[in-house]
Write a protein that binds this ligand. Structure first.
Ligand code: NAP
Length: 283
């Protein structure tokens, strides 16, 4: 029996717009069932045009247990925090929040820890000393860059449709291992390419970065869709090993649960979460 059974029903949730497609409720409900915790995980749509409503939605969920934040509110969520982890400070984004022991709104960016956990478990990939290309310079791109740097990469280059965003990201992080990838990046060999644009959610989306000109290595797509993304299929067809965003979603979810509940998530709970995710993603 869980240490938490017998407590009042707790309330967790995801704030964003849109949120209805999210797989997080299935993943977290499976964890609560396995842990014997009486809790719900709700989808809380805060329209993109009303960012001022993010803070009150966060306080409401935090009082019940905690929550996550997704597009387009991660930056606004970071600004609302009273206590932020160092990673929130570096990325300017928060995707996980709760109330700390003093009743203050606390938050983390578990996307970074989630990506880092996946990088550390990719078969045949050593993050230490690696050369990493990140495609995309939005919230996910920033999290991927920080995860690669913190994992010990010796070189991280970023490519994005809007170049100005790359320059801003590089100057805000101020790390000498970071650089801007230009159109000639294709001729360079990378140990890992992380796809962090929003392309790939729809089958008709164009490929964010072709890999055929590069020596095959590892590809990590942060996007996921039923049946896998076209970019992952393209990567495998080009001889790369490829992983889609489902594992990152799982790892950030495990880290979020640990922040809310205050103890490490045991392997059987993680397995239940993974099975629920795979089932929900196939629907
Ligand atoms: P974001 O901050 O809005 O950034 C979007 C990124 O995609 C930017 O780099 C943008 O480039 C690029 N982009 C959009 N449309 C494009 C197009 N037509 N051609 C080329 N580039 C395009 O979003 P985000 O938070 O970074 O999220 C990006 C994706 O990562 C989303 O699909 C999200 O679901 C996924 N994600 C997954 C996980 C996970 O757990 N697996 C976690 C976080 C995010 P510009 O700067 O030029 O606009």
């Amino acid at each position: 029996m869980s240490a938490l059974s017998g407590e009042r029903k707790r309330r967790f949730g995801l704030i964003g717009d849109p949120v209805q497609h999210s797989l997080s409720p299935a993943m977290h409900q499976a964890a609560f069932r396995e842990l014997g915790v009486e809790a719900s995980y709700e989808l809380v749509r805060v329209p993109a045009r009303t960012p001022d409503a993010v803070e009150s939605a966060m306080f409401e969920l935090a009082a019940g247990g905690g929550g996550n934040v997704t597009l387009p509110h991660k930056r606004r969520a970071a600004e609302a925090l009273e206590v932020a982890t160092e990673v929130v400070g570096r990325t300017g984004a928060c995707n996980c929040f709760w109330l700390d022991a003093a009743g203050r709104l606390a938050g983390d960016n578990t996307d970074v820890g989630g990506i880092r956990a996946v990088l550390e478990s990719l078969d045949g990939f050593d993050p230490v000393g690696s050369h990493v290309l990140v495609v995309g310079a939005g919230g996910a791109g920033t999290a991927a860059v920080v995860a690669a740097l913190d994992g010990g990469a010796s070189r991280v280059h970023v490519r994005n449709r809007t170049g100005e965003r790359v320059s801003r990201l590089i100057s805000s992080l101020g790390d000498p291992r970071l650089g801007e990838a230009d159109g000639e990046t294709g001729v360079e060999d990378w140990d890992l390419v992380i796809q962090a644009t929003s392309l790939g959610l729809f089958e008709e989306d164009s490929l964010p970065v072709p890999l055929r000109e590069m020596a095959p290595a590892h590809a990590l797509d942060l996007v996921y869709r039923p049946g896998g993304t076209a970019w992952c299929r393209h990567a495998r067809a080009s001889g790369w090993t490829a992983e889609d965003g489902l594992r990152v979603l799982l790892e950030q979810g495990v880290l979020s649960l640990e922040r809310w509940l205050g103890f490490p998530i045991a392997p059987p709970v993680r397995v239940a979460m993974e099975r629920a995710l795979v089932r929900a993603a196939a629907r």
